[in-house]
Design a protein around this ligand. Structure first.
Ligand code: M6R
Length: 442
């Protein structure tokens, strides 16, 4: 007889045949059953091999609906890849296709979000949107802010959940709070969500896990449908979150009339090319392996970029840090001369993202500044850019698209670079030291 109770952290009961299970997450039991009960805070279960009794805080019996997991054990296995991280990087074309599926109008010219059914009145009620998340999901939120402000023209503030929840933010019924979380269980993000609801905000969750605490707590949910992400380093969750933010922003812009129908149709058209463009980016990993071998033993790596390139640089640096243990820092390229340039000396690798046409010349001048200090610069550019290679040591190219969509492509070589750097250094890629997949404690 197992007795368990749930408070704040997730708890799942697996329903087997002549056997039952308790676990903190579905992948632990998926090989044995896809039928589960998901406990709520304050509930207690007495689990025997052929019976499960669930009660609430008052000791009253609770009748639960069986939650059927819609993915199988195969999705939680490596499927021929050496590591989950590599498998999940390669799953991105499918994952982003799944995120888009059912959310593009039949004529392919606009976005449909049946989950939301927002109106202009509903949106005009908000004077501010907050996006709150942690780690990689926070980095996706930075891109989300850019999309919403650029396309839907509503002011957005992005914050890390552990800061937001303790800083007495100005949140009321005129606030829309968007939380982003792959697992849907991150403790700080959940707390920020609960606090904002208490203050009257409307809430929307972008998450990957159906039935997760965040999905159940938020007023509305958009699922990324990326499939289970097992590796600690988040990869396909990030790209699918970007896709979802992009679609949400287009959806909002159509409702608010902030973009023309033609512009929306153009962007939806380009969006649908992204899965194939990711596949193209993944088709030749050899140069990335070579860079990883060449620079995998450096102690410090810098990432620079402007605008959306800066947001992706932050994610690239986090990936490298967490799986290869190389010290990596991302800087807004224009900030270099305010201090960090002092660290750029001969041979220091600098990864320079230069895909944003609106700030291209500015980025180029920052690249020249680091080259003048003899840094080794690896540039990331869009196909068709023949300029960058004149100023850097190596170039990696990604397919050309609108500058709003290109972050979904530029992050892919950065994920691969982090992965192969970790392999070069003999690190345990899927289980980096000191880290856990779901951060269900503060
Ligand atoms: O499950 P969540 O998206 O809420 O997790 C947030 C972070 O803990 C997570 O993104 C973390 O930064 C990843 N390990 C980064 O790869």
């Amino acid at each position: 007889e197992l007795i368990c109770t749930k408070q704040d952290n997730p708890l799942v009961i697996g329903l087997g045949d002549g056997e039952n299970f308790i676990a903190s997450d579905i992948p632990a039991i998926i090989a044995r059953t896809r039928r589960t009960y998901i406990l709520n805070d304050g509930e207690m279960a007495v689990v025997k091999k052929d019976s499960i009794t669930i009660t609430n805080r008052k000791g009253e019996l609770v009748t639960k609906k069986v939650f059927e997991v819609n993915w199988n054990a195969e999705a939680a296995e490596k499927g021929g890849f050496e590591h989950f991280m590599l498998k999940e990087i390669h799953e991105q074309p499918k994952a982003v296709r799944d995120t888009m599926s059912q959310r593009i109008a039949k004529d392919g010219k606009s976005i449909v979000m049946d989950e939301l059914k927002w109106t202009a009145d509903y949106l005009n009620n908000f004077n501010k949107i907050y996006i709150v998340a942690c780690g990689t999901a926070y980095h996706a939120g930075l891109v989300g802010k850019f999309y919403i402000e650029k396309l839907a023209r509503i002011p957005v503030e992005v914050d890390v959940a552990s800061e937001f929840r303790y800083r007495d933010p100005i949140v009321d019924e005129n606030t829309l709070l968007i939380v982003v979380s792959q697992s849907g269980e991150t403790s700080d993000t959940l707390a920020a969500l609960k606090e904002s609801k208490r203050r009257g905000a409307k809430t929307l969750a972008l998450t990957n896990v159906v039935g997760s605490s965040i999905a159940r707590e938020a007023d509305q949910v958009l699922y990324t449908w990326a499939g289970p992400e097992i590796a600690v380093a988040s990869t396909k969750a990030y790209t699918t979150q970007l896709i979802l933010f992009f679609m949400l922003s287009l959806y909002m812009s159509e409702i608010r009339g902030t973009q023309t129908k033609e512009r929306i149709a153009e962007l939806v058209g380009l969006l649908q090319k992204v899965p194939a463009q990711i596949s193209e980016t993944l088709s030749d990993v050899e140069p990335i392996k070579t860079f990883a071998k060449q620079y995998g033993f450096n102690e410090d790596v810098f990432y620079i970029g402007r605008s959306l390139d800066y947001d992706v640089a932050l994610e690239g640096a986090l990936k490298l840090k967490e799986v290869s243990y190389i010290h990596a820092e991302a800087y807004a390229a224009g900030e270099l001369k305010h201090g960090t340039l002092a660290l750029i000396v001969e041979g220091v690798p600098v990864i320079a993202l230069a895909t944003q046409k609106s700030v291209y010349e500015k980025t180029l001048s920052n690249i020249k500044e680091v080259k003048a200090r003899d840094a080794v610069v690896i540039g990331i550019a869009a196909e068709g850019d023949d300029e960058l290679e004149k100023y850097v040591d190596h170039v990696m190219k990604v397919p050309e698209t609108d500058e709003l969509l290109i972050p979904i492509l530029t992050v892919v070589p950065l994920q691969l670079l982090a992965y192969y750097a970790a392999i070069t250094r003999g690190c345990d890629v899927d289980k980096p030291r000191n880290l856990a997949k779901s951060v269900t404690v503060e």
